[in-house]
Design a protein around this ligand. Structure first.
Ligand code: PEP
Ligand code: MN
Length: 341
């Protein structure tokens, strides 16, 4: 961090500021130019409050040279983070590194028949994880809100039958105790900056799938991950799920450029949700392939056995048949990127 002081500040005033900065645990490089004193802060500046410094009457400008996220930063952790857990049929599944992980299932759990049927189909087609929401964040309070605890139980039943680890969304802290058996906890786009929730998940040791907020920047996404990591939970998967753009030909704008940017800035695995990103089932295969080419570590895809009658997100859900043929073609694309499904 570099702090340029205002012109005309005396050496004594500058030294008083240096002393207060040193008390915060950083070393300060003092440089006195012809017109201005410039301070260079060396060491861990993550806890330095740059807003307070900007408000200081001695300070002209503050420039952060390093990113404000430390634990999520590739600079401090060059190797890719790889999450590993038991999968179906006694095999291990992983997200990150050389594997391309496909998470598939309905937007919401609707019935035992629906979730078990979709779970069987996606497993057969090669998905490594089953998705399905029990608690749903819906824009309208009059829309289907999810089956709640009963939905979670049905997800666990589907896991028992297929062996697929399950991914499901947690909407509030009070639900955490219900998620003990869940393999991966999803934090939805709308909760990406629910800091109380992120802190609580930092105390958990479960893998977290963190979705990008509807209008969040790359830094905000990584700072949300940092909240969880600061609590000691480093098992995080980032997810690009489309952001608000100016055009509405699709539900959202899939920000493919975020993927290489995140991979460069952070060691955390990055997956793509082509379903919420587009809102249209027919676009899902093309965007899935694009995600692989952009360097993603996996996908989370909505698959429904009867999209026309789905209680949530039918228009963006692909059928088990389309999913099976998509999976077949994805092997080739993944291989080109040095990954295997
Ligand atoms: C979901 O995956 O079911 C979901 C609600 O996604 P998002 O939070 O990205 O809108
Ligand atoms: Mn959905």
């Amino acid at each position: 961090m570099i702090i340029a002081l205002k012109q005309g500040i005396s050496r004594a005033e500058a030294e008083a500021l240096v002393a207060s900065l040193e008390k915060q645990g950083v070393a300060v490089d003092f440089s006195e130019g012809a017109a201005q004193i410039v301070l260079g802060l060396v060491g861990d500046t993550t806890a330095i409050n740059d807003e307070a410094l900007r408000a200081n009457h001695l300070v002209e400008n503050v420039i952060r040279v390093q990113e404000p996220y430390k634990r999520a930063n590739r600079k401090f952790h060059p190797a890719d983070t790889i999450l590993e857990m038991p999968g179906a049929d006694g095999k291990k599944v992983s997200i990150g590194g050389a594997s391309f992980a496909v998470i598939a299932g309905p937007c919401s759990v609707e019935s035992r028949e629906q979730i078990t049927s979709v779970a069987r189909s996606v497993k057969k087609a090669g998905a490594a994880f089953l998705r399905g929401g029990a608690f749903k964040p819906r824009t309208s309070p009059y829309s289907f809100q999810g089956m709640g605890c009963q939905g979670l139980d049905l997800m666990l039943e589907a896991r028992k039958e297929t062996g697929l680890p399950i991914v499901t969304e947690l909407m509030e802290i009070s639900q955490l105790e219900l998620f003990e058996e869940v393999d991966v906890i999803q934090v939805g786009a709308r909760n990406m900056q629910n800091f109380a929730l992120l802190k609580e998940l930092g105390r958990s040791r479960k893998p977290i799938l963190l979705k990008r907020g509807l209008a969040s920047t790359l830094t905000e996404l990584l700072m949300a991950a940092e909240y969880i990591m600061a609590g000691g939970n480093e098992k995080i998967v980032l997810c690009e799920r489309g952001i608000r753009g100016f055009d509405n030909f699709a539900r959202n704008t899939l920000d493919l450029a975020l993927i290489p940017a995140l991979k460069r800035k952070s060691h955390l695995p990055v997956i793509v949700d082509p379903s919420h990103a587009t809102g249209l089932a027919w676009m899902v295969p093309a965007m899935s392939k694009a995600a692989i080419a952009a360097g993603a570590d996996g996908l989370i895809v909505e698959v429904h056995n009867d999209p026309e009658h789905a209680l949530c997100d039918g228009e963006q859900s692909i059928t088990p048949e389309v999913f099976a043929s998509l999976m077949e073609s994805l092997h080739k694309y993944a291989a080109l990127e040095g990954k295997s499904i």
